[in-house]
Design a protein around this ligand. Structure first.
Ligand code: FNR
Length: 372
């Protein structure tokens, strides 16, 4: 009988026990020395919540509008590749859990379920309503990239999150040691050829995924490609992977519909700042011209609240969803989402906030932390 899980790290402990080592390593790793991996989480501990009292918090409303859709909470699911390594239902289980709780899911280009399978799982399952967005890697082959976009549009995805921090794959040491590749029964389901599906083939004696990215993903990506993207799709375009005010202002000038402050869960350039530490700079640079979101290291309801107080419209979680999926499929993802939702609701009540409109900058104060 498994232990009762009362926080996200309980799910990770259990997931680690059930996942093959190479899969757990792929999911959990950051790049190189994993300095940023630790800092993404530690950054939340450098801020304190300053609560207000006597505000009648008998009812707390977590609802928020994200990319034109009302969600039940400001916490959504970030793109994580290859979810069928965690559970046979993979991305379809995650989609159903998102719908049940009423939130958004960003589907990875590198999913092990097709865009159509996941949209259909999202729309046909019971629940209060969810929304699906496509995370897009831009391939050297633009016709292929365009076909992913058209399929997302036709299937009912409501936005494109274009990842801009991956011209090459970061050095993830465990994946290099493990010669990481997909288990032979799985493929990147949105692609028809074996080489694009990251299945079979020779991926050498390093991280197979790094070889795949080197072959397929366009390292020449630049701002003009954002213009291209805006031109060829009617869907909102959000840039995923911005870490400076300067790039944020530029993104707004190029007409993006949103900015996701992200360091790819610390899996690309090690040594970059924790996302929480650059959030305010990005928010200020956009001058209210588009919404700003954050991912990286969010593990508690209080983390969500701190990011919202520093200006994020909503936050995304990556790894916690994989831990839920590994523990118990759809029910596990639902449990993780519900846990964080309950934690956020309680944190808001204890801080004296009845709705997200009452969450403001004055709710947080930065402190110097010498020990935890
Ligand atoms: C990711 N991330 C990611 N990002 C992306 O744009 N496309 C992808 O396919 C993936 N795949 C992926 C796999 C795994 C195993 C992880 C952990 C992460 C990055 C992801 O979208 C997000 O930025 C981070 O996961 C957020 O950090 P946390 O919540 O995992 O700390």
């Amino acid at each position: 009988m498994s232990e009762k899980r009362v926080c996200v790290s309980d799910f990770e402990v259990e997931a680690r026990k059930v996942l093959p080592k190479a899969v757990y390593d792929y999911y959990s790793s950051g790049a190189e020395e994993q300095v940023t991996l630790a800092d993404n989480v530690a950054a939340f501990k450098r801020w304190r919540l300053i609560p207000r009292v006597l505000r009648d918090v008998s009812s707390v409303d977590l609802s928020v509008s994200v990319l034109g859709r009302k969600l039940n909470m400001p916490l959504c699911v970030a793109a994580t590749a290859m979810q069928r390594m965690a559970h046979p239902d993979g991305e379809t289980a995650t989609a159903r859990a998102c719908r049940a709780v009423g939130t958004g899911m960003m589907l990875s280009s590198w999913a092990t379920s097709t865009i159509e399978e996941v949209t259909s799982a999202m729309t046909s399952s019971p629940g209060v309503g969810g929304v699906l967005w496509l995370q897009l890697y831009i391939y050297k082959d633009r016709a292929l990239t365009l076909s992913l976009i058209r399929r997302a549009e036709e299937a009912g995805c409501e936005a494109i999150f274009v990842t801009v921090d991956t011209p090459y794959l970061g050095r993830r040491l465990e994946d290099m040691r493990n010669c990481f590749k997909l288990p032979s029964h799985l493929r990147l389901a949105n692609f028809s050829t074996d080489s694009l599906a990251f299945s079979e083939g020779d991926y050498g004696s390093d991280s197979g995924l790094a070889v795949y990215v080197g072959k397929a993903i366009d390292p020449a990506l630049c701002w003009d490609d954002i213009t291209w993207l805006k031109k060829i799709t009617h869907l909102p375009v959000i840039v995923k992977g911005v870490l400076t005010g300067e790039d944020a202002a530029r993104a707004v000038d190029y007409g993006v519909d949103g900015i996701l402050v992200s360091n790819h869960g610390a899996r690309q350039l090690d040594g970059v700042p924790a996302t929480l530490d650059v959030l305010e700079e990005v928010v200020e640079a956009t001058k209210g011209r588009c919404d700003v979101y954050l991912d990286g290291g969010v593990r508690r309801g209080t983390d969500v609240l701190k990011a919202l107080a520093l200006g994020a419209k909503a936050v995304f979680i990556g790894r916690p969803v994989l831990w839920g999926l590994a523990c118990q499929g759809e029910q596990g993802v639902l449990a993780v989402l519900q846990l964080l939702k309950d934690e956020l609701k309680l944190a808001m009540a204890l801080a004296g906030c009845r709705s997200l409109s009452e969450v403001s900058r004055s709710l947080v104060r930065r402190v110097e932390v010498t020990s935890r």
